[in-house]
Design a protein around this ligand. Sequence first.
Ligand code: RUB
Length: 324
Amino acid sequence: MERKNRELEDTVNGIREMSIRGAGKIARAASSALASFAREWKGESRDDFISDLREAASLIHSTRPTAVSLRNGILLTLKGSNDEVDITSVRKRILHQSGEFIERAVMARENIAEMGSKRIPKGSTILTHCNSMAALTTIKKAYDEGRVEMVYSTESRPWRQGHITTGWLLDNGIPVTMIVDSAVRHVMRKINIVVVGADTITANGAVINKIGTSQIALAAQESRVPFMVCAETFKFSKETLLGSLVEIEDRGPEEIADPKRPQDFPGARFENPVFDATPPEYIDAIVTEVGIVSPYLATEVIRELFGMEGPITIEGRRSQFSWL
Ligand code: RUB
């Protein structure tokens, strides 16, 4: 593969090392890196170009396994390229589709904020988890409309993305209270609504988001606190319609214990799942750019937006899958 593309390399490394993170951002970065790869590709054979694009797509996709936004961002950027007859038209299509995907993704967040903010009651104390720009943009819009008194921001171990959220809220002048993850149930009596983002939404309406989200949903339901998810439609997983399971990323033990002190826990095993699944019965609403839907309508959203044509990964048939 003509790998010498700086943006592609930086994006792959950035997503792996999590300097580029958050489901929406990784999808936009992947799309932009593919556009850069297509723009700068040097070669003479159209078939080599297609084959290098496939490799570049697989390379980016291998960076993080859970967020379907990454997969959908790649697919929407490359779709139809294999039908083009020469290098110029393949390149033109990819540049156009990447621009369109990124523009729509940015606009989607604004639409989500516009609709979602209206669901936040006046005088609300909100709880959010991890660092979701779809959720935060919605919270900011509600704050600007005079609906928000306070936002509780969880620490979000082990990576502490809650620090980013807290900084962002402070930068935007929004009152914030930081808590550790295990304080969620204790503070739930003060919360009027939980607002979180999503990495993936499955066909049966389950929301995959940062580890701890499902415990928050449980505590919210116990206290009759509404649980709202803000997510662009490219976070819905078409593959799950046919029974594919979402892989939950399991990161290394060094994020839990000090790798320089293995003697502290001789013989201990570590598990570090960084996402979990919240079942639909705990979710009151999913706010997308095309409307606010019940999680039970996830299948309809997927059918409406993606149709049933095009490549689908079916469990056990991964080797037959092709990006374009
Ligand atoms: C981030 C996370 C966010 C979703 C949605 O996890 O779980 O809630 O990705 O984010 P990580 P957004 O830090 O491991 O990527 O709304 O910005 O797409």
